[in-house]
Design a protein around this ligand. Structure first.
Ligand code: FES
Ligand SMILES: [Fe+2]
Length: 449
């Protein structure tokens, strides 16, 4: 099924921002996929893990940057290292566990042994076979070029030219992460749920902005009472667009709703079930961290390229990790406040399991659609026909809050964030390096969108 057509990668443009269309061969072409690994995943900042998962020296967590396997580990000096999980001798992995605690990384092939900071510290036969001629200092595990954290979320880039993480995230990316960080002192609940779907990773990403499909795709969940349709707020949506492809799309929380909630709390009354989860938004600290528009965000952020912050239900992160053009691995991280009672934590896990992930009610529906959309990008004729993201295009406007510098589109269900994702994707794919991307990437639009 793999497909590589030089004429596809050489095209002038895959995304028509005026018509709102996307060339669907970007979901199946192997050369495009290989370019994504280099120009998007290796270049960008990728979420690796949360600091609570590697809280003490020796604790490690295995993750991916595109198809490059990495180990995040806290070394003996308490520094977070992100090491490439590939032995410099023959390329074997030096760590096979998803997570755990170790004193070193031992290669199972010939026994080279690496310290927690990646240094090669043990070589069987160093004196007898290598006759002490091996340059051990040059043969440590390779490291991510840049590693930084934002409020406990650890990110890494394989590109030394990457800007600082906070410059990369911008206010839209930070609002996204604050939807979890500002709830309280958070930690990851052990057990990352992983499953594979036969689809291109970008379709799994653009869907998180898609508030058009639930009524149809998840009709059975709506009928079963699993989704409260009112919460979807088709006619009350808010879209924020950030530099480098970040975005937030989905339901808006109104100022009136937040004011009413503050009033309820001031009177010492108990908020209703839906409003209870919004109490943290009424604090000054959260308002300062999120800004006047960010604090009202009830939708779904994506930190480009592939980190979905899902905070409308239990706070979760989902990575859409590419596994070739036709397969995506979904990794679900579920968060809880450190001071949650065991009962509250059980309820968080139970609800999280029932919504997304391999046993969730929703992603079974989504995965089917993404697989068929991916399949539909392969055919000689179907692959030639563009797909459409024109909903709302030219119909809405970006409003700007001059004091905070934040801006958003308030409108009905739309496809602005999806089109922004693909427009930014193309800019990443065309830029030779970070300086070119910094110079040529689109700034969020102003005025009519
Ligand atoms: S491949 Fe790792 S020691 Fe040989
Ligand atoms: Fe869905």
């Amino acid at each position: 099924m793999l497909d590589s057509r030089p004429e596809v990668i050489a095209r002038d443009s895959w995304v028509d921002v005026n018509k709102g269309t996307v060339d669907r061969r970007i979901f199946s072409d192997l050369a495009i996929y290989q370019q994504e690994l280099k120009r998007i995943f290796a270049r960008g900042w990728n979420f690796i893990c949360h600091e609570t998962q590697i809280a003490e020296p020796g604790r490690f967590f295995q993750s991916y940057i595109g198809e490059d396997q990495v180990i995040a580990v806290r070394d003996r000096s308490n520094t977070v290292q992100v090491l490439l999980n590939s032995c410099p001798h023959r390329g074997n992995t030096v760590c096979r566990s998803d997570q755990g605690k170790t004193r070193s990384f031992f290669c199972s092939y010939h026994g080279w042994n690496f310290d927690l900071d990646g240094k090669l510290v043990g070589v069987p036969g160093y004196e007898d076979y290598y006759r002490e001629k091996l340059k051990k200092e040059d043969l440590g595990l390779a490291k991510a070029a840049r590693v930084q954290s934002y409020k406990g979320f650890v990110f890494a880039s394989l590109d030394p030219q990457a800007p600082d993480l906070e410059d990369y995230l911008g206010w839209v990316g930070m609002v996204g992460l604050n939807l979890i960080a500002e709830i309280g002192d958070m930690e990851v609940i052990d057990g990352i749920q992983k499953n594979r779907i036969q689809c291109n990773w970008k379709l799994a990403v653009d869907n998180l902005y898609d508030w058009y499909h639930p009524k149809v795709s998840h009709g059975s969940a709506v009928r079963a009472g699993m989704i409260n349709e009112q919460g979807l707020q088709y006619m009350n949506q808010m879209v924020m667009l950030g530099e480098y492809g970040h975005g937030i799309g989905g339901a808006a929380i109104t100022e009136e709703n937040l004011a009413k909630l503050s009033d309820t709390l001031e009177k010492g009354q108990e908020p209703d079930q839906i409003d209870k989860a919004k109490v943290w938004r009424t604090t000054e600290k959260a308002a300062n961290a999120m800004g006047p528009l960010g604090i009202r965000c009830g939708g779904h952020p994506n930190i480009f390229p592939n980190l979905w912050v899902s905070a409308a239900g239990p706070p979760q992160l989902c990575l859409r990790i590419p596994r070739g053009p036709f397969e995506t691995e979904l990794w679900w991280f579920t968060f809880a406040k450190k001071d949650q009672t065991p009962e509250e934590r059980r309820a968080t896990v139970m609800i999280a399991n029932h919504i997304f992930g391999p046993s969730g009610l929703l992603e079974q529906d989504d995965g089917e659609n993404w697989s068929h959309s991916t399949r539909g990008s392969v055919g000689a004729v179907t692959g030639e026909r563009p797909i459409d993201f024109s909903m709302g295009l030219g119909q809405d406007k970006m409003t700007h809050d001059s004091e905070s510098g934040q801006s958003c589109i308030e409108t009905v269900v739309n496809e602005h964030a999806q089109l922004w994702l693909y427009r930014s994707w193309e800019e990443w794919m065309k830029a030779e390096d970070w300086p070119a991307l910094i110079k040529n990437h689109s700034l969020p639009p102003t005025g009519k969108v």
